[in-house]
Unconditional design. Structure first.
Length: 378
């Protein structure tokens, strides 16, 4: 199999598997229990929180475990507007955010909030001029992703933080960094954010675990009330095995980060260079700044058909269209691509264990698709 859809999920790395098994077979006690087995589990959670925090570049007490990136995004958005409810009802986000940001914003619109959706330029980036123009005295939240999950473009998060402070705005800044964690260098402090979301299964940990960074000193409302876990902000028995695996994956990824980024960037550059040569008519949609995502298009062909064609040959990539009820991806649609290009978009995404042979197989598969499939009538 040639797996090239690492922006969707990543294979669980051996270190994470080992850590999860150990937590399930040796340290399986309830961390809230007062006897030795429970204390052992609690000590493990404390250690694992410190390990993830170190990889992220924040204090352990600023990190709260969640079940996934979507939960973290929803918690951040709902909590931020609750904190700012007496200051205003205006939110700023971008038109190319993940649905985990867009959907809670749309729900808040139905509750009387006003949301400004900033559209990207042709390079897939939101302009700072638009950010500054959108800020208002009643803006209580700005939510901007660090790396777009479909384009691989970096958004001006740090510059936005400076603009918020420069305007004297009370707005909190949330960043969905799910595609940025261990893919581009950053720390929450360097970005200047108040809230930041990460996810385990994007960095070779199992699904079912993530984290929300909450800036120290920010008195954030609880997501789940109950037994008082996660400092009372997210009650419920901790997912000790997933947390252990998350920490192991974060530690391992941080240790080889420079080499991994270089490896992914080289594969991305090789694919971008060879694509138009070996698959005539195919083109790169955007080069993007993140090393692990490259959107391409085969104009005149339907991406869903290409995905199935490649899958039959053991090649896994993501379709860039028909993501919801037959409608094109809102991200690619925001770029206003010609219809033929939009219909044929594919997202290729790499990881530390992607090989040059995977790139060879993809190019051969795309060439075969071009030769064997009928072009679209649209």
């Amino acid at each position: 199999m040639h797996y090239l859809d690492n922006a969707a999920t990543t294979p669980v790395r051996p270190e994470a598997v080992e850590a999860a098994v150990k937590a399930m077979t040796e340290g399986w006690g309830n961390p809230s229990s007062r006897y030795a087995l429970g204390s052992q589990a609690a000590a493990g959670v404390k250690e694992h929180r410190a390990q993830v925090a170190k990889a992220l570049g924040c204090a352990p007490e600023e990190l709260y475990f969640t079940s996934c990136g979507s939960e973290g995004d929803n918690w951040a958005i709902r909590g931020a507007v609750e904190l700012g409810r007496r200051k205003g009802k205006h939110i700023i986000t971008t038109a190319i955010e993940h649905s985990a940001v867009l959907e809670p914003c749309r729900a808040l619109e139905r509750e009387g909030y006003e949301v400004t959706y900033l559209t990207p330029n042709a390079d897939g980036q939101v302009s700072m001029e638009d950010v500054k123009a959108a800020l208002r005295p009643d803006t209580v939240l700005v939510s901007m992703m660090l790396v777009n999950n479909e384009l691989g473009t970096l958004q001006p998060v740090a510059e936005t933080a400076k603009a918020i402070r420069g305007a004297g705005s009370p707005a909190l800044l949330h960043c969905d960094a799910v595609q940025g964690f261990l893919k581009v260098p950053f720390t929450p402090k360097a970005l200047g954010v108040d809230l930041l979301t990460i996810s385990g299964h994007k960095i070779h940990a199992p699904k079912g675990v993530g984290a929300l960074y909450i800036r120290k000193g920010l008195r954030f409302p609880p997501l789940i009330r109950g037994g008082g876990q996660e400092e009372g902000l997210r009650s419920g028995t901790e997912a000790t095995a997933q947390i252990a695996a998350f920490a192991a994956a974060a530690q391992a990824g941080k240790a080889t980060l420079s080499a991994d980024l270089e490896h992914m960037a080289a594969l991305k550059e090789d694919l971008a260079r060879r694509l138009p040569q070996e698959v005539p008519g195919a083109k790169v949609v955007l080069q993007g700044q993140a090393p692990h995502i490259l959107p391409i298009t085969l104009p005149g062909y339907k991406s869903e058909v290409i995905v199935r064609f490649l899958s039959d040959r053991g090649i896994c990539v993501s379709s860039g269209s028909a993501c919801h009820k037959g409608k094109p991806s809102h991200v690619y649609a925001a770029l206003k691509l010609p219809k033929k290009e939009l219909d044929g978009v594919l997202r290729i995404s790499f990881s530390y264990d992607t090989t040059p042979q995977d790139i060879d197989a993809l190019l051969a598969g795309l060439k075969a698709a071009q030769e064997q499939l009928f072009t679209s009538l649209s």
